[in-house]
Design a protein around this ligand. Structure first.
Ligand code: ZN
Length: 185
């Protein structure tokens, strides 16, 4: 990674850690939220052999617009239009009910840019890994299975771009299903 790209990524990690400082994951182990962001960024860095600093930075920042007090203009000013647009592309419209947002993610995934689709696959991979090792309290097998099926539908619209990422997602999906089956027994 070039110096400027390294700086961008480290700045994005620092910014994301601060903005999400008080947030934790929904799972029973309540990991710090930054763990999810670092995982997504690492998946993207590996998948692109460290060649796309903007995408990795967007990996760190991908939930800032949706889940923190951050404006698009702020991201654009600090990280550039490329990164800000990528984050905006993977941000749900929070004014819509959750069921509608989920439906739209499936419907709109195939029309997103290549990098936004890669980010989506990395995001869903991280979410399924968490579901396998630390499912949210109160989620029964049925709810967890529904979540996995939904994540698979979103990712179905993002395939054919990066084999490395898809392999990680498919492995996470298999593990999540196995964890549910083991738990339901
Ligand atoms: Zn996320």
């Amino acid at each position: 990674m070039k110096n400027a790209a390294l700086q961008l990524v480290v700045h994005a990690a620092d910014f994301a850690a601060r903005r999400h400082a008080s947030q934790r994951r929904k799972g029973v182990t309540a990991e710090p939220y930054i763990n999810h962001l670092a995982e997504v960024a690492a998946l993207l860095a590996n998948a692109t052999n460290g060649q796309d600093g903007e995408l990795v930075a967007a990996g760190y920042l991908h939930d800032t617009l949706e889940d923190t007090q951050t404006e698009y203009e702020e991201l654009e000013k600090l990280f550039g239009a490329d990164v800000a647009q990528l984050v905006a592309e993977v941000t749900d419209d929070k004014s819509l009910p959750s069921v509608e947002r989920k439906r739209l993610q499936v419907e709109k995934a195939p029309g997103k840019s290549v990098r936004a689709r890669m980010l989506k696959v990395a995001d869903k991979t991280s979410n399924l890994r968490s579901l396998a090792i630390s499912p949210p309290a109160g989620w029964g097998a049925e709810r967890a299975s529904e979540y996995i099926a939904w994540a698979e539908r979103v990712v179905a619209g993002c395939r054919g771009l990066n084999e490395n990422l898809e392999r990680s997602f498919d492995a996470a999906s298999v593990d999540a299903r196995a964890a549910i089956a083991a738990g339901a027994r």
